[in-house]
Unconditional design. Structure first.
Ligand SMILES: Nc1ncnc2c1ncn2[C@@H]1O[C@H](COP(=O)(O)OP(=O)(O)OP(=O)(O)O)[C@@H](O)[C@H]1O
Ligand SMILES: O=C(CO)[C@H](O)[C@H](O)COP(=O)(O)O
Length: 396
C-alpha cells in the first residue's frame, strides 16, 4: 500500500474540541495530553479495504494468546512497529495489525489515581479519538495513534499506524461505543468466569510478576464493579463468544485446570457460518474417548446444539475436559463441519504448531484456532465480494 504525500486533513477533522474538558483535567494537564496524542493525519492511496475485528476481554483473559493464534493463521510473524517505541502495544504482520485499546486511555496511571477511576471506566478512555482513528484506518487513512505505556503508566508520543488488510482492535472496550461497534466486521468476546480468571491471574501475576495472593484478590475485587458495568455487557453484541467455565466432569472442582469451554456463535451474521458437530441444527452430546482418542481422567465431552443468547439465535459448541495427545485431535476435527480449513487437518496442524501456548490441550485453544480460521474465511469472502463489485463497476 503506497503512501501519498503526507498532509494534514481538514482541520475540522481534529479530534480535540478546545472547549471540551477531559474528566476535569487541569488546563495544564490538557495541554500536555493534547500535545502528546494529537494526531496528524496522512492520506493514503488505499481504497479502504481494511476489515475490522473487535476482540473484547478483561485484562489477563487470554487476548494476547488468541492474537498469536490468529496472526499465525495468516502466516508471518507479528512484531511491534520497526524502530518505534519499545513499549508499543501494537503488533504488525503482513496481513494483520493488532492495536490495543489501552492506547486510548485518556488518563494515565496517576490521572486515574487522582480521579479515583479505573481503566475500565469509560471516563478514563477517549472514545471520540478511538472512533475517528478506527474509522480513518477502515477507510484507508493512516493515523498517529497514541501509546499507553504499561511500563511507566504514562501516555507516550504517538506512533504511525497504516491501514492494514485486517485491523484487530483488542482490549477492554471494542464494543462499548456504538460508533466503534458499528465499524466492526466481526466481534469476539472472551468470557472467562470469575473462578477461572482468578486461577489464571494467580498463575501469571504470582509466578511471573511477583504479586502476592492478597494483592491479586484485591485488584480483582476493585475492578469487579466496573467490569460488571462496562466490560461484561459487551458480550451481548459479540458475533462469537468463547465462554470459559470450570469443568463439570469433576464434581466440586475449583482448581481451574480442567475447563468447560463454549463457543457461542450468532446465526445470521454476514460472511460467518457457525461450526457444527455431526449434523447442523441437531442437539448432540458426544464422548469421543475410546479407540481413536486417548483420554485420561476426567475424560472429554462435547456438546452441540441451537440455543438463544441475549435474545439472539445462536449455535453452541462445547468441549469439557482436555486432550492427552494433540495429534489425535484430527479425530475430533474430522467430525466438525464449517471450520473453514483449507486442507484436511489444518486445525490439528495449527494446534500442534502452538502446543506450548496456554490452553492448547483444551477447548480454549481449539475454539480460538477455529475462530481464527473463520476470520480468515470472512476476510477472503469480503475481499472477493469487494473485488467482484469493483469489476462490475469497471464493466458498467
Ligand atoms: N487458554 C488458557 N488456558 C490457561 N491459561 C491461560 C489461557 N489463556 C491465558 N491464560 C493465562 O492467562 C495469562 C494471560 O494471558 P494473555 O497474556 O494472553 O492475556 P491478556 O488478556 O492479553 O492479558 P493482558 O491484557 O493483561 O495483557 C497467561 O499468562 C496464562 O497464564
Ligand atoms: O485493564 C487493563 C487493560 O490491560 C490495564 O489495567 C489498564 O490498561 C491499565 O494499565 P496499567 O495497569 O499498566 O496501569
Amino acid at each position: 500500500m503506497a503512501i501519498s504525500t503526507a498532509h494534514s486533513l481538514n482541520p475540522t477533522y481534529s479530534i480535540f474540541n478546545p472547549t471540551q474538558t477531559h474528566l476535569g483535567f487541569s488546563q495544564r494537564q490538557q495541554v500536555i495530553y493534547k500535545a502528546r496524542v494529537r494526531p496528524s493525519y496522512v492520506i493514503t492511496c488505499s481504497a479502504g479495504d481494511t476489515i475490522v475485528i473487535g476482540l473484547a476481554a478483561d485484562s489477563g483473559c487470554g487476548k494476547s494468546t488468541f492474537m498469536r493464534r490468529l496472526t499465525s493463521v495468516f502466516g508471518g510473524a507479528a512484531e511491534p512497529p520497526r524502530g518505534g517505541n519499545p513499549d508499543s502495544n501494537t503488533l504488525i504482520s503482513d496481513t494483520t495489525t493488532v492495536i490495543c485499546l489501552d492506547d486510548y486511555h485518556s488518563l494515565d496511571r496517576t490521572g486515574r489515581k487522582e480521579k479515583g477511576v479505573t481503566a475500565l471506566d469509560p471516563r478514563a478512555n477517549d472514545f471520540d479519538l478511538m472512533y475517528e482513528q478506527v474509522k480513518a484506518l477502515k477507510s484507508g487513512v493512516a493515523v498517529q495513534k497514541p501509546i499507553y505505556n504499561h511500563v511507566t503508566g504514562l501516555l507516550d508520543p504517538p506512533e504511525l499506524i497504516k491501514p492494514p488488510k485486517i485491523l484487530v482492535i483488542e482490549g477492554l472496550h471494542p464494543m462499548y461505543d456504538k460508533r466503534v461497534r458499528d465499524l466492526l466486521d466481526f466481534s469476539i468476546y472472551l468470557d472467562i468466569s470469575n473462578d477461572v480468571k482468578f486461577a489464571w491471574k494467580i498463575q501469571r501475576d504470582m509466578a511471573e510478576r511477583g504479586h502476592s495472593l492478597e494483592s491479586i484478590k484485591a485488584s480483582i475485587e476493585a475492578r469487579k464493579p466496573d467490569f460488571d458495568a462496562y466490560i461484561d455487557p459487551q458480550k451481548q453484541y459479540a458475533d462469537a463468544v468463547i465462554e470459559v467455565l470450570p469443568t463439570q466432569l469433576i464434581p466440586g472442582d475449583n482448581e481451574g485446570k480442567v475447563l468447560r469451554v463454549k463457543l457461542i456463535m450468532k446465526e445470521g451474521v454476514q460472511y460467518f457460518s457457525p461450526v457444527y458437530l455431526f449434523d447442523e441444527g441437531s442437539t448432540i452430546s458426544w464422548i469421543p474417548c475410546g479407540r481413536k482418542l486417548t483420554c485420561s481422567y476426567p475424560g472429554i465431552k462435547f456438546a452441540y446444539g441451537p440455543d438463544s443468547y441475549f435474545g439472539n439465535e445462536v449455535s453452541i459448541l462445547e468441549m469439557d475436559g482436555q486432550f492427552d495427545r494433540l495429534d489425535e485431535l484430527i479425530y475430533v476435527e474430522s467430525h466438525l463441519s464449517n471450520i473453514s480449513t483449507k486442507f484436511y487437518g489444518e486445525v490439528t496442524q495449527q494446534m500442534l504448531k502452538h502446543s506450548d501456548f496456554p490452553g492448547s490441550n483444551n477447548g480454549t485453544g481449539l475454539f480460538q484456532t477455529i475462530v481464527g480460521l473463520k476470520i480468515r474465511d470472512l476476510f477472503e469472502q469480503i475481499s472477493s465480494s469487494k473485488a467482484a463489485g469493483t469489476l462490475q463497476a469497471a464493466k458498467a
